[in-house]
Ligand binder design. Structure first.
Ligand code: ADP
Length: 479
């Protein structure tokens, strides 16, 4: 076998994760901006300008016969950074209706005049051939857009000529580039600050939790995880607090169980060793009565150990049921009968009330265990009258078995807990009968395996009724 140690994979901290993600996000965004600004700026600018020309052209043509056209043309041209001229053809006459210049490199201002009638007529014809609307790119990266509109009376034809630049001026490009540079630096600084704050907010509570959780290793269950921070962290803290509380409870139960079991084991062991020594050392003490004490105490030990093994097997699922059709009535009758000696010697009144015989599909040995545990508890906890009632009731296809005593009862807060393994209401171990607090846990596990409904109702000072239900056996249940 090789001794090479397994290398533990290095994990990045949350801080570093957030930091890397934020920087990546920043750089990604900046890259998009640089590509859009640097590479596509010309195209985007051209697209926007073409749209501007269309808007301006529409605005002008709808106001051609408006008296305030010169003023409007000034406003429109200034709004869209362009120069525009409107000419009117009426018969052989050519007039300039309005003009405005808000474009530095305008090439129509000087070149298109009424004196240059031939050129204007050429443009008019060309525009007409193009369907009344046309555009000519010019050498200084600007565009000349033309449009023909007829007056309402049809006597005049207007020629609208617009000239503007379709590519960004170098100054604009330089401004955008330096702006992008500043934006990149600023966004990286913001990313650093945000990732620092975020990391502090998220990782600090987790780091604190990790520190606290280390205390658990030393069995310090007093640790409390702070329920502060983002929701997931709060949820984690809640889960850890619950787990810590459960662990503390289990630890308490474990200590208590060891104390109880040691006590329960020591009592019969003391008796056995005591009686054995007496029988060995003192002549005449080797009597059948003394021997019986040793046998009884051994039986007590055996049943205690069996109970402990049983509950472990049932809970681990190792215990399989041997399901058969059995008469639950007869099983209970026989069980109650076995308490005859107790009834005769100690004055207990254990009755079995039933009507008719009920058959169920169950594991008889396990069912006996349920009955014994419930009846034993009832005998242990019943009142001065020493009455225990076992009852069988049949309703529809269900048989309900109940074991009632007249004892102290169980308080409401303890009711859900008594089914837990090792749970004892009375923590002080003072009863004469062996009680490890696992009897009801065995009952619960057996009934769960049988898919049985079960429960308990109890009234302080009046007594308790433990019950469970089985479905009546039907021919189709045949195994
Ligand atoms: P134990 O061996 O201690 O009786 P169980 O699991 O059978 O263990 O019962 C758990 C606890 O439930 C008992 O310690 C007792 O406090 C309570 N309990 C059980 N049955 C009764 C009953 N019939 N009347 C009052 N308390 C009961």
């Amino acid at each position: 076998m090789s001794d090479t140690p397994i290398k533990e994979k290095k994990h990045l901290s949350i801080r570093l994760h957030i930091f890397i993600s934020m920087i990546a996000l920043c750089l990604g965004l900046m890259l998009v901006l640089w590509i859009t600004g640097g590479v596509f700026l010309k195209q985007i600018y051209g697209f926007i300008k073409t749209r501007d020309i269309q808007h301006a052209s529409t605005d002008i043509t709808t106001n051609l016969e408006n008296d305030k056209l010169p003023l409007l043309l000034e406003e429109i041209s200034s709004a869209y950074d362009l120069c525009a001229k409107v000419f009117a053809f009426e018969g052989d006459d050519l007039t300039l209706v309005a003009e405005a210049d808000f474009f530095n490199d305008c090439i129509i201002c000087d070149n298109l005049n009424v004196s240059n009638k031939e050129l204007l007529e050429d443009i008019y014809e060309h525009t007409k051939e193009d369907g009344g609307e046309s555009s000519f790119p010019s050498n200084n990266e600007s565009v000349i857009s033309t449009k023909i509109v007829h007056s309402a009376d049809g006597e005049r034809a207007f020629l609208v000529v617009i000239n503007t630049s379709t590519s960004p001026i170098p100054a604009t490009v330089r401004t955008i580039n330096s702006l992008l540079g500043i934006l990149t630096v600023v966004s990286i600084i913001i990313a650093l600050v945000v990732s620092f704050i975020l990391a502090k907010k998220i990782s600090s509570p987790i780091e604190k939790m990790d520190k606290d959780a280390r205390l658990l290793k030393e069995n310090d269950f007093s640790v409390h995880f702070e329920e502060k921070g983002p929701r997931e962290v709060v949820d984690l803290a809640k889960t850890l607090n619950k787990a810590t509380a459960d662990m503390a409870e289990v630890e308490g139960i474990r200590k208590e169980l060891i104390a109880n079991i040691s006590h329960d084991l020591r009592t019969p062991l003391t008796m056995i060793s005591g009686y054995s020594e007496v029988m060995r050392d003192i002549p005449g003490e080797n009597t059948p009565e003394n021997m019986q004490v040793i046998i009884d105490e051994t039986a007590r030990l055996t049943s205690l150990v069996n109970d402990l093994l049983n509950v472990s097997k049932l809970q681990s699922g190792a215990q399989k049921l041997d399901m058969k059709k059995i008469s639950i009535t007869k099983t209970l009758q026989d069980t109650v009968k076995r308490y005859d000696t107790l009834i005769n010697h100690n004055g207990y009144i254990i009755s079995f009330e039933h009507e008719g015989e009920a058959f169920v599909l169950a594991d008889e040995t396990r069912l006996l265990q349920v009955a014994y545990n419930l009846i034993n508890n009832a005998i242990n906890y019943t009142g001065e009258d020493k009455v225990v009632i076992v009852k069988q009731e049949i309703k529809d296809d269900i048989v309900r078995i109940s074991v009632t005593d007249t004892g102290e009862g169980i308080s409401e807060e303890n009711l859900p807990l008594i089914w837990d393994r090792y749970y004892k209401v009375d923590k002080v171990h003072k009863r004469a009968m062996v009680g490890t607090g696992i009897g009801l846990s065995i009952v619960k596990n057996i009934l769960l395996l049988h898919n049985s409904r079960f429960g308990v109702s109890s009234e302080i000072g009046k007594g308790s009724t433990f019950w469970f239900e089985f479905k009546l056996y039907q021919e189709k249940d045949k195994q």
